[in-house]
Design a protein around this ligand. Structure first.
Ligand SMILES: OC[C@H]1O[C@H](O[C@H]2O[C@H](CO)[C@@H](O)[C@H](O)[C@H]2O)[C@H](O)[C@@H](O)[C@@H]1O
Length: 598
């Protein structure tokens, strides 16, 4: 049986990340970057698509597992009839080549441990040649080479298309297995000391977590979310991926399977807010600089997402040889939403640049030039229809949230000019634009009969993004239209507080809101937004109660996917997802830190 999504833990080295199941199997790893081809893709198929399992011979899931406190170093322990053994997994901070370090330690008795390695380059499709060299194993195919070594050396053998090792460990015995990737045309990289890399990983993560300025309730859960956001950050450029995976389904067996290993402006700007609120100025500045580089150029060419280094082409392709997570096909790489128009992005970018100014991040000379150019461009396009923040694949509409975010752009630009009169810009014009957008949204995006804002102009559909109206300051929380909208969403889109983005009840693709067949789970960030809105509208007790339930959804190691199926009680969608963790941090701050971060 395939592990559930919540059965996975994440390890990473700030350039890529791996998913380790509770059976001790690394089922997902892309090398050398988050968006490179996977060499372990069992997550989206089966073991034949690549994985690396280390566990006691014959054992299934581990007895317990946990990250070492405030780090991304994972300990999994098995208690067996023979004894107890621990496997510690980590990816050390990248020096030259990516490494996966797996440390086996006997805790009790005498346990026979088995390592099963199936390397499959190019998303599970290429079986490399395996040979021995200097007592190590090396796998080569095309551009990729991977070395496997152990310390002390253990006997390995190949059988079928897998490489095995089997060795006994007694209390105090330690065996380190290290897998190292490098471009196949280059010489073998230097060998690292696995125990030294464990020590420095623990130190690095603990000193990073120690910088967190949040000290309220659920601190460990908040710090775990921040560690996860940090692990989703591509250190060389500061870009932040939306999640570590592609194609984990929003509906088991369905087609809503997307590649999230790219940098969305929307998801990343929200991440920037969370990091800044918790004292992580350096990361926020690195991302802000990534943003300035990525979006430089004609504002008309602004994209909704970019590659890790700001690349613009992210074409969507299907990988037909992968069966998909529990049969959820197609498996996609790249994301065609890159070509969409999503007007909210202007609001998010201008808002985050304004936030970075207010938070005292050192400004860059061209920052304001870019903001005002984006503002001028938005003035010419805000009346257009778009695909909206949910990236619908159906027809374009006048999404109310997109217009609200256009208002946010104008509002933040006006406020920046008011605070810094030395900057130049069309203050009167932008004030007038802000008024005009506000008026239009209240006229055309509001259903007076039902006392709620609606998903798009003239529609009767609701949309969870409208919960952000009081958070971004479009209307005060006590405005009856806000209260009515929160009530309507709570009544119609939420199942016990678990909020759907919009209604997607198995309509055929042609009549569905997003142009896709099938349904999906509750969108976790929207559920946190409901808690924020309840709190803002004075229902703090309900907000705290909902937050507690949402925090209860994190898996045994504190991670959240994009969505949750409240009926099946399973996490759904890409994993772990930045959006969900940003939601958790934002709501914790809003409820317990006197901070209204959204
Ligand atoms: O549901 C359809 C769309 O789903 C994905 O978009 C979602 O994820 C993005 C990244 O986290 C997020 O920014 C967006 O708001 C979400 O709707 C997918 O990337 C799209 O291609 C797809 O159309």
């Amino acid at each position: 049986m395939h592990p559930h999504i919540e059965d996975y833990a994440l390890i990473g080295d700030h350039q890529t990340a791996a998913l380790v199941s509770n059976r001790g199997s690394i089922d997902w790893l892309c090398l050398p970057r988050f968006d490179s081809a996977a060499c372990f893709a069992a997550l989206l198929g089966d073991e034949e698509n690549g994985h690396w399992r280390i566990a006691p011979r014959g054992a299934d899931a581990c007895t317990r597992r946990a990250y070492r406190h405030d780090t991304l170093v994972l300990d999994s322990e098995w208690e067996t009839d023979e004894g107890t053994v621990r496997v510690t997994d980590l990816m050390p901070q990248r020096d030259r080549s990516p490494d996966v370090v797996r440390l086996v330690e006997g805790l009790d008795g005498r346990v026979t441990v088995r390592s099963t390695l199936r390397l499959r380059f190019d998303y599970g499709s290429v079986v490399p040649w395996m040979r021995r060299s200097d007592g190590h194993r090396v796998a080569v195919a095309g551009p990729d080479a991977v070395w496997l070594r152990s310390e002390p050396e253990v006997l390995t053998w190949s059988e079928g298309r897998a490489t095995y090792a089997e060795f006994p460990v007694e209390r105090g015995d330690k065996v380190a297995l290290v897998l190292t990737w490098h471009p196949s045309h280059e010489p073998r990289p230097r060998l690292l000391d696995p125990y030294e890399s464990l020590r420095s990983s623990l130190d690095d993560w603990r000193s990073w977590a120690g910088r967190c300025r949040y000290d309220g309730p659920y601190r460990d859960t908040v710090v775990r979310s921040l560690i996860t956001l940090k692990a989703l950050t591509y250190e060389p450029t500061g870009g932040i991926v939306a999640a570590a995976t592609t194609s984990l389904p929003e509906e088991i067996g369905g087609v809503r399977n997307w590649d999230y290993r790219h940098c969305w402006l929307r998801d990343s700007t929200l991440t920037l807010g969370a990091l800044l609120s918790c004292g992580y100025q350096e990361e926020a500045e690195a991302w802000r600089d990534w943003l300035l580089r990525a979006v430089a150029g004609d504002p008309a060419d602004l994209q909704v997402m970019y590659g890790l280094a700001g690349e613009r082409r992210i074409p969507e392709n299907e990988l037909p040889w992968l069966a998909g997570y529990e049969g959820s096909r197609p498996v996609r790489i790249g994301n065609d939403a890159v070509r969409q128009t999503q007007l909210d992005v202007y609001g998010e970018v201008i808002d985050s640049l304004a936030l970075s100014r207010r938070s005292g991040l050192p400004t860059k000379p061209h920052m304001w030039r870019m903001q005002s150019a984006l503002m001028e461009y938005l003035r010419s396009v805000w009346r257009k229809r778009d695909e909206g923040l949910w990236e619908v694949r159906g027809p374009r509409r006048h999404f109310t949230h997109s217009k609200v975010m256009a208002w946010v752009a104008a509002d933040r630009a006006v406020r920046t000019l008011e605070m810094e009169p030395k900057l130049s810009g069309d203050l009167d014009g932008w004030r007038a634009l802000r008024e005009e957008i506000h008026h239009e949204v209240c006229e055309r995006g509001f259903d007076a009969d039902r006392n709620t804002f609606t998903q798009s102009y003239g529609s009767r559909e609701l949309d969870a993004s409208l919960l952000l109206i009081p958070v971004v300051g479009f209307l005060p929380p006590d405005d009856p239209r806000v209260v009515g909208t929160v009530d309507a969403i709570n009544a119609e889109l939420s199942h016990d507080g678990f909020v759907r983005r919009y209604s997607s009840d198995h309509r055929p693709a042609a009549s569905s809101i997003d142009g896709l067949p099938g349904s999906e789970g509750a969108f976790l960030v929207c559920s946190f937004w409901l808690a924020d809105a309840l709190h803002l509208t004075g229902r703090t007790e309900e907000a705290c109660e909902l937050f507690e339930r949402l925090v209860g959804l994190v898996n045994d190691v504190g991670l959240l996917a994009e969505e949750y199926d409240p009926v099946a009680g399973r996490q759904l969608g890409n994993f772990p997802q930045a959006f969900s963790h940003v939601g958790l941090v934002g709501t914790a701050l809003a409820l317990f830190d006197g901070d209204e971060a959204g």
